[in-house]
Every structure is written in structure tokens, then in C-alpha cells.
Design a protein around this ligand. Structure first.
Ligand SMILES: Nc1ncnc2c1ncn2[C@@H]1O[C@H](COP(=O)(O)OP(=O)(O)OP(=O)(O)O)[C@@H](O)[C@H]1O
Length: 277
């Protein structure tokens, strides 16, 4: 049994209103998407803007309710869970958003933000909660001098590290990463990507990695699912997608990568996973 099994997910949104204010136009954002994700695996979801990538990621966590289809996480039918059970389940499948600032409470110190899930979901005492938060922050490269600071006092890269630490507090086995480095300065993207890669290896995490930048995908993903207009175009190992894309759409996406990826004379990539930046 795979960690995550997604079958035939479909989602339409109504957008636009007629002269009476009634919603009219339907956007078919996701049409019959199926895939699996193994424990410890990174599956990238790529495609142009509007392809339906984020909607798929959010439906897996039921942040968006699908119209139809099924999501099975660790044998549990996610779409059938009751609110209390879903809250518990969401601790084991977390999400990291593009904008780390919006995922953190501006009035909470960094240490409290990371310790908060332990307060809400466990009966651990304050000392233990704070100790675990400090350890996690250290693991993501946030030193002790930032513990009592507020989100507004940190850079985008530091905030994304904090958001990652918070996502790890409850020891999830799956993290949906929605464009986790897109909003960061180019100079810190590789560092955060490296961190995600290292954590994946160390903790055996599975990532559903929503990303429009194929250059990043090649570094972190084991497999790639290409989406266009709400549908899956092709899914294959990262090496196959880059070396032998089967679909024209995938070939066009690859051709649009602005800087050719560094390769040796045999065509192998020179930047090994986990060695970026
Ligand atoms: N809440 C919503 N209401 C109406 N339409 C929506 C909503 N969310 C998404 N859509 C539409 O669904 C389609 C897929 O959006 P989605 O954000 O999943 O695409 P994406 O591939 O993640 O693109 P991007 O990288 O630009 O976010 C788009 O046409 C989008 O406008």
C-alpha cells in the first residue's frame, strides 16, 4: 500500500457572476487526476500557471473539497473523515506554502509558533514543548538568537525555515510543498531546497512538491507528474522526464527552462541532489 493514493480527483469552481449576482461560469480546475506517492518519495507536480497543481495539493489535505474522486492516506479515506479525525490526520500530512509570512501568526514569537502544535495536539509540558521547538529550529538552521523574535523581524528565507520547522513539529510523514521557494530571493532558494532535501532523507518524509520551475524539480524530485489544463499529461521518473519526455507538452516545458542545466559530456546532471548551492 502506498502512503498516498489519489484516484480520479475532480474539481470545478464557479467564477464570474451574471447581472443578478449569480455565479455563472465554471472553471474545470482538475479533471480526473490519479497518482500514488510512496513513503519517503518526492513527487513533483509541474505545469504552467492555471494547470491545477495547487488545487490538487490542497485537495489532498482537504483544504479544498473535491467534487469527486478519492484520497487515501496511510489506508485512511481522507474524504470520509469527520472534522476531529481530519484535524488529527492533518498533523501527519502537513503543508508548506509559497508565502511563509502568511502561514505564521505575526503576534507569536518564532519559538512559540513552532511549539504551538504540541500545545494544541499533545499533553506535553511547557519545558518539553520549548525544548523540542528549539531543537527543530536548530535543525532547520535558525539559531537561538531568533527564538524570541517575531516573524516581521526575519527574512523570507528564515521565515520559510521556521514554517518548515513548524510543519515538522508533529512528525508528519507527508508534506505538501506548494511552490516553497518561489517567493524567496534566488540566492536563498537553493539553500532552502537543500534543507528540504536533507530533511527528507533524514526523516524519511514524502513530499508532494508543487512547482512550476523544472530546474528545481530535477534536483529534488524522484518522479514528476506533468499537468496541463487540469489533467495529467504524463508521470515518470525524473530522469526519464528530463532525458526522454514522451509528450509534446513536456518537451515544450523542458525547452522553456531559461538556463540549460549543467551537464557533463555524457549528459548527466552535474548538480547532484542535495548538493545545490
Ligand atoms: N477558489 C477559486 N475560485 C475560482 N477559480 C479558482 C479557484 N482556485 C483556483 N481556480 C482556478 O482553477 C484553475 C487551476 O488553479 P490552480 O491554482 O490549481 O493552478 P496552478 O497550476 O497551481 O497555477 P498557479 O501556479 O498559477 O497557482 C485556474 O484556472 C484558477 O483560476
Amino acid at each position: 500500500m502506498s502512503l498516498l493514493e489519489v484516484e480520479n480527483l475532480t474539481k470545478s469552481f464557479s467564477s464570474g457572476r451574471d447581472w443578478l449576482g449569480r455565479r455563472t461560469k465554471m472553471v474545470h480546475a482538475v479533471k480526473g487526476v490519479s497518482f500514488t506517492l510512496e513513503r519517503g518519495e518526492c513527487l513533483a507536480v509541474v505545469g504552467e500557471s492555471g494547470a491545477g497543481k495547487s488545487t490538487v495539493g490542497r485537495m489532498v489535505l482537504r483544504l479544498i473539497e473535491p467534487n469527486s474522486g478519492s484520497v487515501t492516506f496511510d489506508g485512511i479515506d481522507v474524504l470520509a473523515t469527520k472534522p476531529k479525525q481530519l484535524r488529527a490526520l492533518r498533523q501527519r500530512m502537513q503543508m508548506i506554502f509559497q508565502d511563509p509570512y502568511s502561514s505564521l501568526d505575526p503576534r507569536m514569537t518564532i519559538k512559540d509558533a513552532v511549539a504551538e502544535p504540541l500545545l494544541v495536539h499533545t499533553d506535553k509540558g511547557r519545558v518539553t514543548r520549548e525544548k523540542e521547538a528549539v531543537e527543530l529550529l536548530d535543525k532547520v538552521g535558525i539559531g537561538s538568537r531568533y527564538l524570541e523574535r517575531y516573524p516581521a523581524e526575519l527574512s523570507g528565507g528564515q521565515l520559510q525555515r521556521v514554517a518548515i520547522a513548524r510543519a515538522l513539529t508533529m512528525k508528519p510523514s507527508l508534506i505538501v510543498c506548494d511552490e516553497p521557494v518561489a517567493a524567496l530571493d534566488v540566492s536563498v532558494r537553493a539553500q532552502v531546497l537543500n534543507l528540504l532535501r536533507d530533511l527528507q532523507e533524514e526523516l524519511g518524509l514524502a513530499y508532494l512538491f508543487v512547482c512550476h520551475d523544472l530546474a528545481l524539480v530535477e534536483v529534488i524530485a524522484d518522479r514528476v507528474m506533468v499537468m496541463a489544463s487540469g489533467e495529467v499529461v504524463e508521470t515518470d521518473t525524473t530522469d526519464q522526464i528530463f532525458a526522454n519526455p514522451r509528450q509534446e507538452y513536456t518537451k515544450k516545458l523542458l525547452a522553456a527552462i531559461p538556463v540549460p542545466l549543467p551537464r557533463d559530456a555524457q549528459g548527466n546532471r552535474l548538480v547532484a541532489p542535495g548538493k545545490v548551492g
